[in-house]
Design a protein around this ligand. Sequence first.
Ligand SMILES: Nc1ncnc2c1ncn2[C@@H]1O[C@H](COP(=O)(O)OP(=O)(O)OP(=O)(O)O)[C@@H](O)[C@H]1O
Length: 346
Amino acid sequence: MSFLQLSGLCRNYGPVAAVNGIDLSVAAGGRTAIVGPSGCGKTTLLRLIAGFEPPDAGSIELDGEPLAGPRMFVPAYRRSIGLVAQDGALFPHLSVAANIGFGMPRGEPDRDGQVGHLIRLVGLDESFLQRRPHQLSGGQQQRVALARALARKPRLMLLDEPFSALDTGLRAAMRKTVAGVLEAAGVTTILVTHDQEEALSFADQVAVMRAGKIMQAGSPRDLYLRPRDRMVAEFLGEAIILPASIADGHAHCILGAIPIDRDESRQTAEILLRPEQVGLGPDQAGGTSAMVTDSEFSGPTCTLTVEVANGAGEAGALVLRQPSAGAPQAGTRIRLTVSGSAHLLE
Ligand SMILES: Nc1ncnc2c1ncn2[C@@H]1O[C@H](COP(=O)(O)OP(=O)(O)OP(=O)(O)O)[C@@H](O)[C@H]1O
């Protein structure tokens, strides 16, 4: 059942349609990630949900209660929606304890006990409570910001790129911590990010935005393996996109005949393979012959450019990523095999 329902939501800034007719359902307790290129309207969408600004059209409903719609608007402070921003936005002059306690209702019983519980919940110990924000690392500040947002017992939590200032290792650890904390608290969450890996690993629903619209929304697996079009495919990871003719339940392309993942009436289409579907072996029988023309080392993986020429006289270049250990050098002849099925793009 839908907990948050956005219907036909629009917000214009002069001639810019920052949010342009968005429909989205979020289930109770769910984690939705909104991804898209810079300027596509992600932050504006969060601001509309939070109630920092009214939509020009459309409606927002939370747990059956209208928050915005024709001639009605519930202001942010009455929505019980938490927001953690990119920089955490802690009050610099207040201690960590005072920051966390800030939003708690007056007269709340056992405030100190609750603050202590929240700081531990986000993986810090109580010795941090007397510090000021500038005495914390970026990751610790983000944890405190999350504790502060949770202190208000929000019905919905909005996270606006909260991990983007952190380095890669800390980012993954924080993502796990935050997902665990929100799950334990049972809070429905929307995460805005431009990092596809973050979106795919954090959320149970991913929505890809472009130019104020949602291009596709669905489970991470579905979006990754069955994106609607090239933009969604390329946004969510590395993509091998090839022209193919379609016949007998197969896509016939430069890599041979590959089963397709749905019935199709088109005779030609672009197909998507993810790089991990393409296996690479020594130049012996089986698969499609190819020549490695370039091999670029980048730590655990190598990016290989391979020239493929099949028996049907078709030729083309593919870019593949392979584990560095044992990756072939430029000039090596190899064989390519495809596993799984090909997905047809619109
Ligand atoms: N207050 C404003 N006044 C005028 N234009 C705005 C305003 N806020 C946002 N915009 C414009 O609306 C569009 C969407 O902006 P928004 O910040 O929502 O994008 P975003 O997807 O969050 O981008 P980023 O990933 O770079 O943060 C952009 O073209 C932006 O320039």
